[in-house]
Design a binder for this molecule. Structure first.
Ligand SMILES: [Zn+2]
Length: 896
């Protein structure tokens, strides 16, 4: 066996190890040697968008999921983790459009649909490759043979089939609706793609015309050109008499017909308590129009400008038209009030352009229509039911409420987008010889285009969540693997999946849709658990962004510190559902830990692995004469195996990692390994090797590279890879050790002696005498462990054990669990000098504290000084008082 290098060098090792794993084929569950009835464990990787390279949020997700996957693989599950990427329709189109404009000065319209999509294709092939390479760098054990893309051929088949099935079931329909329209992206947005920003706005109160009996209030006077009614509260005495009447008015040069309607939702205290109803440009007003059978007049077009037919307002932007209307109202002396108010502005989440609510022909998924196959329940009802009945569990649990709240208020889902990149809607309409659309002709909806060339495909594409909503089953061979309501192949083996692990910010956008789509297609849930992680923030708790320059590139970090260190930094200190802070220092810290692990192994390797690796025979041999320390470490290790399993099962990865680290560094390295240098017994080497090997198994899901590399160095390439080794069981250890042993007492004595050395500043090299006073039983136990008490960084020359007695002269003292520990100080330190020095320090400290106290009682100081200074003063006084007490105690101990 070669000697291991002194320092672990991830840069040299990681890529080689990853290749070895890939070559083994074990990422693919079909290649695992498992009993026929082995349980499956499946996760679909939330597909990263192809718009950008990997960021730290992705790495956090990959670290968590790889941990779960590697753990379950070692636990003997048929484990599958499916990789893929998302075409992210609007997001990608925006990136390519910007790039095109920057580099060539062209818009997508300059290029035309086909050429533009070629540009997108070029872009995505490049970014996709980068992302996949970066994912491999993190050590993710994904089954690459099942890699998918939300816009590849197989997924296109699935998406079309889904659309057709939903259309035939009457779930997908086409209708005019108010949609959130982004005039810049030229596309509709789902409700949850709209962002809100508080803004200062003008709130105008005016009369439509001199003839109209009362005034109304609004922040958007320009839309009033499309008013067809005025709504008032039915209880409002001021307006009761007008309800039901219709008024013809000349509003700033435009003729309107206004019906006075009653609606109990109108706020009597807001403005004048009367509301102009604009059905074409407000969701609420649209609903009032449906209820009251009102006319719908479109004022603003899809370009964000006033449409034709509105006098000189036509062709002007909404903002410009607003100014013109106000000017006209002033001229006509109709404007009564102009106030400032704060309201919330709706913005496009992609480009921050203000949203215009517009009526438009769109494709919708009905969430309220009852479906026979789902027991005459609607998608909304069924999607709520499976969560209420706990078929799907949330981690952390609080997100269940958020999910249900959102689902209960869900309206029909607008799935069409007026962009080019994405799944084009599989619906065709009939075009006549002149090439114009025949609107009266019904749509043809099908998986394949109609043969008649007079049918033209709808130019819209599907909302990106439509294809990613199918991700759990479109990646497992649906629809081919689903005939006559029966699952086959991968779909049968791996669906429903076990966990969906994703960011909480897409709980509503994605998670709920996955549940809906799976229920519709398969009549089963897509996953049993939803585990949500938070965002990765910089060390000050700020969002990372390119413009702020506070981002950390995970690939740079992997290059610098190794993937294991980055993974550990993303796992420890990360709790489900909460945001986490990260800094380069934190990652560097964990690099130190991987080095420590390497060195622990190196030490044991040099001292205890000279001979053969322990086989099963060794372990089952009856072992005698185990020491207190042996029993203690083995009991601790049994507890560790149990708690780690429990923590992983309950998704407390941070706690699992902390405990593992604490055991490895403290109990195992700092104690047991040190003990082994002084306490040589027949079994020491075997115990060290056993625990170390099992520690590698347990660390493997967290830090796969360094553990695999240690494993390999030990056993040579012929042995089994660590990634498919069995997770340790406690039986092996329980068979060795019967009963618990109280070694903690010995540890406490050793710690007490070390503390005495530090407190009394006993020079490092000087040997000391220790006197222990205790009862007989403990005395025996101490005697047994004398060699450890004398040698574990205590430098004890003589250990005296007595049942009772007086305090020895000039000695330091500590009291531990009923035991008196004394260390005579004569000859070790110059007591007189030590006393004088400390007395002087005490005097100075007292002076300082008194001065500070006086100052803090002084009224004029308290009034004038800034708050921080006063607080700092109080803090300093507190510290000084603590220090004073410490020195006084120390001097007391030196007295005798
Ligand atoms: Zn936009």
């Amino acid at each position: 066996m070669k000697d291991l290098p002194k320092i672990y060098n991830p840069q040299e090792i990681e890529d080689k190890i990853y290749k070895k794993w890939e070559k083994s084929g074990y990422f693919n569950p079909d290649n695992l040697e498992l009993p026929e009835d082995a349980k499956t464990y499946t996760i679909v990787l939330p597909p990263p968008n192809i718009t950008d390279k990997l960021h730290l949020g992705h790495v956090s997700m990959l670290a968590i999921e790889d941990l779960l996957i590697r753990y379950h693989r070692m636990k003997g599950f048929r484990t599958l983790w499916i990789p893929g990427t998302d075409h992210a329709a609007i997001a990608t189109q925006n990136v390519v459009e910007k790039k095109l404009l920057r580099e060539k000065g062209l818009t997508r319209h300059d290029l035309g649909r086909e050429k533009f999509l070629e540009e997108v294709q070029k872009f995505l092939e490049k970014t996709q490759k980068t992302i996949l390479r970066q994912i491999k760098k993190t050590g993710a054990s994904l089954d690459w043979s099942r890699e998918a893309f939300t816009l590849d051929k197989q997924r296109e088949k699935a998406v079309r089939k889904m659309f057709v099935d939903m259309y035939e079931a009457g779930i997908i329909y086409r209708g005019e609706r108010i949609v959130n329209w982004c005039p810049r992206c030229h596309s509709t947005l789902a409700d949850d793609e709209v962002e809100y920003k508080k803004q200062k706005a003008e709130f105008y109160t005016f009369k439509y015309s001199k003839k109209f009996p009362f005034a109304i209030s609004t922040t958007r006077p320009e839309t009033k050109l499309g008013d067809t009614a005025v709504a008032v509260n039915p209880k409002d005495e001021r307006y009761k008499k007008y309800i039901g009447q219709t008024f013809g008015v000349d509003f700033c040069g435009v003729k309107l017909k206004l019906k006075i309607i009653a609606d109990k939702n109108v706020d009597m205290d807001l403005g004048t308590g009367a509301l102009g109803v604009t059905p074409a440009h407000s969701m609420v007003d649209w609903q009032m129009a449906e209820k009251n059978n009102l006319d719908i007049v479109k004022v603003i077009g899809e370009d964000g400008k006033i449409r034709a037919g509105f006098k000189n307002y036509s062709g002007k932007t909404a903002a410009k038209a607003r100014g013109m209307v106000i000017k006209e109202l002033k001229k006509r002396k109709l404007l009564e009030k102009e106030e400032n108010m704060e309201n919330s502005l709706s913005l496009c989440y992609r480009c921050n352009t203000p949203i215009e609510p517009l009526p438009s022909k769109q494709w919708f998924v009905s969430v309220d229509k009852k479906i026979k196959r789902l027991g005459n329940k609607s998608l909304k009802e069924k999607t709520i039911e499976v969560v209420r009945k706990k078929q799907i569990e949330f981690i952390p649990e609080r997100f269940k409420k958020r999910y249900l709240d959102w689902m209960e208020n869900l309206r029909d889902w607008c799935i069409s987008r007026q962009i080019w990149f994405g799944h084009q809607i599989p619906a065709w309409h009939y075009t006549n010889k002149q090439g114009t659309v025949n609107n009266k002709q019904e749509f043809y909806v099908g998986v394949n285009p109609p043969e008649d060339k007079n049918w033209t495909q709808d130019s819209d594409t599907l909302d990106t969540w439509f294809s990613s909503g199918m991700w759990t089953f479109s990646t497992l061979g649906w629809p081919q693997n689903f005939k006559d309501n029966k699952k086959s192949g991968d779909l049968k083996k791996f669906h429903p999946t076990q966990v969906l692990e994703t960011g909480y910010e897409i709980l509503t956008l994605w998670v709920s849709r996955m549940v809906m789509m799976s229920l519709f297609a398969l009549n089963e849930i897509p996953f049993e658990k939803v585990s949500l992680h938070g965002m990765v923030l910089d060390k000050h708790g700020k969002k990372m962004s390119k413009s702020k320059g506070n981002g950390i590139d995970p690939l740079d970090m992997i290059e610098k510190f190794g993937a294991d260190s980055v993974r550990l930094a993303m796992l420890i200190g990360n709790t489900p559902g909460n945001d986490m802070k990260i800094s380069e220092e934190k990652i560097e810290n964990f690099r130190n830990f991987t080095n420590k692990l390497w060195n622990i192994n190196r030490y044991i390797d040099q001292h205890y692995f000279k001979h053969a690796f322990p086989g099963k025979k060794d372990i089952s041999r009856k072992i005698t004469e185990n020491t207190k320390a042996d029993k203690w470490i083995i009991n601790k290790f049994i507890e560790l195996i149990k708690s780690t399993e429990k923590d992983i099962k309950e998704h407390r990865f941070s706690q699992a990692g902390e405990r593992l680290k604490d055991f490895t560094w403290n109990d195992f390295a700092d104690w047991y390994l040190e003990i082994s240098k002084f306490e040589t017994t027949a079994n020491k080497g075997m115990f060290l090797r056993m625990i170390l090997n099992d520690l590698m198994r347990m660390w493997h899901p967290f830090i796969p590279f360094v553990t695999e590399s240690i494993w390999e160095s030990r056993q040579g390439n012929k042995q089994k890879l660590l990634m498919i080794e069995k997770w340790p069981t406690i039986n092996t250890y329980e068979n060795i050790i019967d009963g618990k042993e109280n070694f903690d007492l010995i540890k406490e004595i050793i710690i007490a002696i070390r503390n005495i050395r530090t407190k009394n500043k006993i020079p490092a090299g000087k040997k000391i005498k220790v006197i222990v006073q205790t009862d007989k039983e403990i005395a025996t136990s101490i005697k047994e462990n004398e060699i450890l008490i004398k040698n574990l960084r205590t430098h004890v020359e003589k250990l005296e054990i007595a049942e009772s007695g007086k305090k020895p002269k000039n000695s330091a003292h500590q009291f531990v669990a009923g035991i008196n520990i004394y260390v005579p100080l004569t000859g070790l330190i110059d007591i007189e000098k030590e006393k004088a020095k400390n007395k002087k320090e005490l005097e100075n400290l007292k002076k300082y504290a008194n001065g500070l106290e006086r100052k803090l009682k002084n009224k004029s100081f308290l009034e004038k000084a800034p708050k921080e200074i006063v607080l700092q003063g109080k803090e300093n006084l507190k510290k000084a008082k603590v220090k004073i007490r410490e020195i006084e105690k120390y001097l007391e101990s030196l007295k005798k």
